[in-house]
Design a protein. Structure first.
Length: 330
């Protein structure tokens, strides 16, 4: 049986972009977006031991369910990534590295306010095209005709993607949980398959995110922060699509050092990490705890600066003075 940890890849702990060609002699690489309970990806991996499969899923409980299947079958040609496919394609998967991408029954996001989450929206088509090698395919199956038609029309208008197939109720080698549900209800299934036909047209905006290492703020002032740190629970802030919340905190036994757990999100990309507060002779250092190493997104910066600001305000309040300027290394 394979070691379960080998099947989960945590982007924050990896050198990006990921090396997607894992395993010796495995030349073809495929990815499934939103694998749900993992039936489809596990079936593909079992049937194709000469290929490598990556699964991307936002739901942690789905990742755990799929891991159980992978472990149960002892598969060593599958890795799972927990996160938003839009982020994973942009930041983690190398350009022109995949032979195919599958997307089975994605949420169609029918409400207008959610429409930018559709695969047909924004940069998503370019991100898909960008990670496919020339000749690679993207296949999407849906039970919603309007969504299938929208995806077909938008993606086939992309300069690097060509519509290869459009079918209703296609014969399928393996069905997914949602597919069986919709078929039992008598719904139709719509499949579109696109082929990448040239090497141009992918989004050049993709930059691999910088890790928040050696990032700190120095706040002038002194005095124990034990009580202050306890009061941080569930405080937080926001900046557009970026939000952060301080959760549990821990103090070192001899005082003077604290750890604060933070949950921070940029759009639907969420990270959990620790901030460290170190009380020194003349000042306080607020920094990203070295072992948690999140990506330096807007929300991570916000959480760090926000905590510095709260400490500054706390000292100013206890002295009855106005906060002074912090020194930042961001
Ligand atoms: C309707 S379910 C379909 C699950 C499975 N493919 C099936 O056919 O049974 C859609 C899945 O996509 C996942 N999902 C939605 N948006 C996603 C995104 N941006 N990145 C990764 N997974 C996503 C959801 O968590 C959910 O498990």
């Amino acid at each position: 049986m394979s070691d379960i940890r080998e099947n989960i890849v945590v982007p924050e702990k990896e050198q990006l972009p990921l090396d997607v060609r894992r395993g010796s002699g495995l030349t073809r690489v495929f990815l499934e977006i939103g694998f749900g309970n993992g039936e489809f990806i596990v079936h593909l991996a079992r049937q194709n031991p000469d290929a490598y499969f990556w699964g991307v899923e936002m739901s942690r409980s789905c990742v755990l369910r799929a891991l159980k299947r992978i472990q149960g079958e002892g598969l060593n040609n599958v890795s799972l990534l927990c996160g938003d496919a839009r982020f994973i394609l942009k930041e983690c998967i190398p350009k022109e590295s995949l032979d195919g991408i599958y997307m089975n029954f994605p949420c169609p996001w029918p409400k207008k306010k959610h429409s930018k989450r559709r695969v047909s929206s924004g940069d998503f088509p370019s991100e898909i095209s960008g990670v496919l090698r020339k000749g690679g395919f993207f296949e999407l199956v849906t039970d919603e005709e309007w969504y299938g038609v929208e995806v077909r029309n938008v993606l086939s208008a992309h300069p690097s993607l060509q519509l290869g197939e459009w079918c209703i109720n296609p014969p399928r080698l393996v069905t997914t949980k949602y597919e069986r549900k919709w078929l039992e209800m008598g719904k139709k299934i719509f499949l579109s398959r696109f082929v990448k036909n040239n090497e141009e047209g992918y989004s050049e905006r993709s930059i691999f995110l910088r890790r928040a290492e050696d990032v700190h703020i120095r706040v002038p002032g002194k005095g124990s922060l034990n009580v202050f740190v306890k009061g941080l629970y569930n405080q937080g802030g926001g900046n557009g699509e970026s939000l952060w919340v301080y959760k549990r905190s821990y103090a070192s036994g001899d005082g003077g050092a604290h750890l604060v757990e933070v949950v921070a999100g940029d759009g639907s990309f969420e990270q959990k990490f620790f901030l460290q507060i170190v009380e020194r002779e003349e000042d306080v250092l607020v920094k990203i705890a070295p072992y948690s190493s999140p990506f330096l997104t807007t929300s991570v910066r916000g959480a760090l600066e926000g905590l510095g600001g709260l400490i500054e305000a706390h000292y100013a309040e206890s002295k009855g003075t106005m906060p002074s300027k912090k020194e930042r290394v961001l």
